[in-house]
Design a protein around this ligand. Structure first.
Ligand code: IMP
Length: 210
């Protein structure tokens, strides 16, 4: 991948310049495997700024803990947290997901549990994508047993018309068609998470992986 260099002024009063490497945002190596870009980096960042403002208004004056669902939500959570102008805490859970396949199994296994107690806390569960909704439904049931004061969901994406369980997603940034997508934290066989946007893969990428 190509990189270029940006120069930034050094500390005030110093004459030095700091050289910071800047990635080429086009991500050319990964783009060869993409069929279509569904959401651009700009669209994603604009919606995150809006959602962050909304969440900051809704939770003003209240304690807030964000719980990210690893690994998919990690990229989204990093940007979302920085768009919420409030004191807040982070925690993470890891659950089993698809592996190299693209269909949900409905079986959810906790691979990493929370580090902190959430009893009496205001919890915002941060998810990358709601597909069948089975993962989220399981997580919400599990977290409710720990008696948080409030429990809401913020999901970057929700696929339309495929949820198998009724779910309330308070903050949903985008609705997308029921297609398999990668990028911005979402993977296929652990790749493509580092794309700054969301897109679909060319069919031969799946074929080659089998
Ligand atoms: P659900 O239980 O069917 O709602 O699936 C939830 C999880 O499956 C998400 O948190 C993702 O990790 C994964 N997933 C669902 N759809 C996609 C997709 O289109 N691309 C990548 N991962 C997905």
């Amino acid at each position: 991948m190509e990189t270029s260099l940006d120069t930034h002024p050094g500390a005030p009063g110093s004459s030095s310049e700091v050289i910071v490497p800047r990635l080429d945002r086009r991500m050319q190596t990964l783009e060869n495997d993409l069929e279509q870009i569904l959401l651009t980096e700009e669209e994603i960042q604009r919606r995150i700024a809006e959602a962050g403002e909304q969440i900051a208004r809704d939770y003003a004056g209240r304690d807030l803990i964000l719980i990210g669902v690893l690994k998919g939500a990690s990229v989204f959570m990093a940007d979302l947290a920085r768009a919420i102008d409030l004191p807040l805490e982070f925690d993470f859970m890891a659950v089993s997901s698809y592996g190299a396949a693209t269909q949900t199994s409905g079986v959810v296994r906790i691979l990493k549990d929370l580090d902190h107690e959430i009893a009496g806390r205001n919890v915002l569960l941060v998810e990358d994508i709601v597909d069948s909704g089975l993962t989220l439904s399981y997580l919400l049931k599990n977290l409710r047993t720990r008696k948080p004061a409030t429990l809401e969901v913020c999901a970057l994406l929700q696929k339309t018309g495929v949820q198998q369980v009724p779910l309330e997603v308070k903050y949903r940034l985008f609705e997308i068609p029921p297609v398999f997508v990668v990028g911005y934290g979402l993977d296929f066989a652990e790749r493509f998470r580092n794309l700054p946007y969301v897109g679909t893969l060319r069919p031969e990428v799946y074929r080659d992986a089998i």
